[in-house]
Write a protein that binds this ligand. Sequence first.
Ligand SMILES: C[S@@+](CC[C@H](N)C(=O)[O-])C[C@H]1O[C@@H](n2cnc3c(N)ncnc32)[C@H](O)[C@@H]1O
Length: 232
Amino acid sequence: MVEIAAGAVPSPNIWNSPQVYELENRAVDPDGLLEAAMRRIRPWDGAHVLDLGCGTGYHLPMFAREAARVVGVEPHSGLAAAARRRVRDLPNVTVRVGAAQAIPLPDASVDVVHARWAYFFGPGCEPGLAELRRVVRRGGAAMIIDNDATRSTFGGWFRRWLPSYDPQAVERFWARQGFQREPLLIRWLFERREDLAAVLRIEFPAELAETFLAEHPGCEVDYAVNLWWRYY
Ligand SMILES: C[S@@+](CC[C@H](N)C(=O)[O-])C[C@H]1O[C@@H](n2cnc3c(N)ncnc32)[C@H](O)[C@@H]1O
């Protein structure tokens, strides 16, 4: 039976449809802008990396190629099991069930934290940020990827779905927490229109997904994100 660690933010997209979420991950950022920006901030060769809210572990192999050690932490035990299967041939990667509010790692044991569309969405994530201060070593860095709802086609969709979402309040929150903002304009690029349709149907309520599909032709979507980051 699936167990979900306390404090998990419900994530119906990947919890209910991990295969469709895999298509989404494959479509994200074909130009590698996010990876390049993260490397500029804090390269991970020889480092201890934590992927917090790692889902099915899509990003673990990328870190494992250069890191000394990679730990994926994921509150949903079924997804954690999928992540373990993905990295079973990578001896420097482990996956633990857990949540950002109680990271199952010792103090000062991590150099690089990556959290992508997971738990760190602005106000309310203070308990996880306190845990980052505990586990990240001096000289380490946390890098958090989330939507930038102020621009781009995807940002517009996000605002139409959640009109009360306040990007300025989110930005003020991260500034107060000592994070810097790196705005990036990435793309989703799907091989097939059906894949984009499937992804929109797990990301938005049914009616909105159909509206967005009717408005937006093709297999590509421009998508603004913020890479929030800080050193410790
Ligand atoms: C949208 S998915 C993204 C997964 C992964 N980061 C990726 O990019 O493929 C969000 C993930 O955050 C996880 N999550 C939810 N609450 C969390 C928490 N409190 N701490 C850590 N992860 C959490 C979910 O279980 C889910 O796997």
